[in-house]
Write a protein that binds this ligand. Structure first.
Ligand code: GLN
Length: 479
């Protein structure tokens, strides 16, 4: 609700003061959805009737003083997150008709606190992509310019937030899929520390990289969502409670905070106007009291290559479960043989998942494991070491989120390598497992630019504090 209700906190305050009712917001949302979603394609499915019913219950919760912390907050949920009893398909024909048998932990925590689902947001099929054009159900458009992509893979969530079709949305980030679309649509996208949010109920893409996190209109909203969904979960062995120690000297002041600018991130390939915005952002951090330090991440440039070996390897194993036997889109019944059935069933994957499954199977095969997968894991180790060395010098690392602003729909679809480059600045945070956030930082060519901040593992709260100080200093939209 960008223009009407700037934050969750203000919406809740208005509900409490009885100047606004959840059912009014639901009605407004419904009419906006009817008007805007057919063109925008931010949501694959919306749940108008259920939303109105839930809003009425929220009305009475406020009337009787029994409102939960997020009562009447409207959320968009990425289509790779399970919501019991509803169609959940990762925007893939492979899962057409699949009804989730349970609700995942992060979503359940939001619901338990009173949040109301607007619908399932569009995405690149199985979260593979940077533009949401890989959805089997058509591309999402960028609300700032309908001829441009919204970024991806959580493009539907970013577009829904940026166009006021929910208060906040959940996305998943394996190599940048929360931060990059947030950057291209002009909202906040937060990828928490790996494991700080349970992955139970998230359809796995690459299990050692996947994280669930919020897309929001403000850092405060992102923090509220993160505080709701985070925490160790017995259903996800990689989950844990974060134990950060860093603190700001005073709220809003970055005095004593050392911010590293990696030399390797400001090279040709980075759009000059984007760089200009990010440099202004860095100047703003300095004005707030931060010390800006040039640092080096010597192996950072190899992150993209390592990612495009490790990620498809994990994709090929995770997606092997979609074999036409246990999941829908089954062509098994009419198949001439088991192999014929597999071949027909797996043809339901679109071109990008097929490409990645083939690469992943190849790099894990006996003859090539050492040459590719093992090497990529070694590179990952070197990148982790680079970041650990950097944390000896600085508290945070700043960079652009994306090397360019949003591009015209169709421009990169036939060039997967060009598409992969759009994640050059986001991928390392996933390889290393650290928290990272994209914040609005001005505009170039009339389109939003994002600045990215990253902090050491588990320092999510510190990162959000710094992000909030930056946001309050007011560089956000066009400067
Ligand atoms: N764009 C990256 C990819 O295509 C990242 C995707 C993601 O984070 N889910 O793999």
């Amino acid at each position: 609700m960008a223009e009407l209700f700037p934050s969750i906190q203000e919406t809740i305050a208005a509900y409490r003061a009885k100047t606004l009712m959840p059912s009014q917001v639901a009605a407004e949302l419904l009419s906006r959805l009817e008007k805007e979603n057919p063109e925008l394609n931010a949501y694959l499915r919306t749940y108008g009737t259920e939303m109105i019913e839930a809003a009425k219950r929220a009305d009475s919760a406020y009337a009787t003083g029994k409102a939960r912390p997020l009562e009447g907050i409207f959320v968009g949920i990425k289509d790779n997150l399970l919501v019991s009893g509803t169609l959940t398909g990762s925007a893939s024909k492979m899962l057409e008709g699949y009804v989730a048998p349970y609700t995942g932990t992060a979503v359940k925590k939001l619901f338990d606190d009173g949040a109301i689902m607007v619908g399932k947001t569009n995405m690149d099929e199985f979260a593979m992509g940077s533009s949401t054009e890989n959805s089997a159900y058509g591309a999402t458009k960028n609300p700032k310019d309908l001829t441009c992509v919204p970024g991806g893979s959580s493009g539907g969530s970013a577009a829904a937030v940026a166009s006021g079709l929910c208060h906040i949305a959940l996305g998943s980030d394996t190599g940048g899929s929360i931060r990059q679309p947030a950057s291209l649509c002009g909202c906040v996208g937060f990828k928490p520390t790996y494991g700080s949010v349970s992955r139970y109920g998230l359809m796995s893409m690459a299990s050692s990289l996947d994280v669930i996190g919020p897309l929001a209109n403000s850092v405060g909203d992102a923090r509220t969502v993160f505080n709701t969904i985070r925490g160790g979960d017995e259903r996800d062995a990689t989950s844990h409670d974060i134990k950060g120690a860093k603190k700001l000297a005073a709220p809003g002041s970055l005095k004593g905070v050392k911010v590293g600018v990696p030399r390797e991130y400001f090279l040709p390939g980075l759009d000059a106007d984007v760089e200009g915005c990010v440099q202004k952002g860095i100047a703003k951090l300095k004005e707030l009291g931060a010390e800006i330090v040039e640092i080096s991440l010597p192996n950072a440039e190899h992150g993209l290559a390592a990612y495009y070996v490790i990620m498809p390897a994990e994709v090929s194993t995770n997606l092997s479960r979609f074999d036409g036997v246990r999941y829908p889109a089954s062509k098994m019944k009419s198949a001439a043989s088991l192999i014929d059935g597999y071949v027909k069933s797996r043809a339901a994957f679109g071109p990008e998942p097929q490409r990645r499954i083939m690469v992943g199977t190849y790099v894990l095969s006996a003859g090539y494991y050492d040459a590719y997968y093992r090497q990529a894991e070694k590179v990952r180790g070197l990148i982790i070491k680079d970041f650990n060395d950097a944390w000896q010098q600085v508290d945070l690392i700043v960079s652009p989120t994306s090397p360019t602003v949003a591009w015209p729909i169709g421009e990169k679809v036939d060039d997967p390598l060009a598409m992969y480059l759009s994640d050059i600045f986001t991928i390392n945070a996933n390889l290393v497992g650290i928290p990272s956030i994209s914040l609005p930082c001005g505009e170039a060519d009339g389109m939003p630019v994002g600045i990215q901040l990253a902090a050491p593992r588990d320092e999510d709260m510190f990162l959000l504090d710094v992000a909030e100080a930056f946001e309050k200093a007011g560089i956000g939209s066009a400067d």
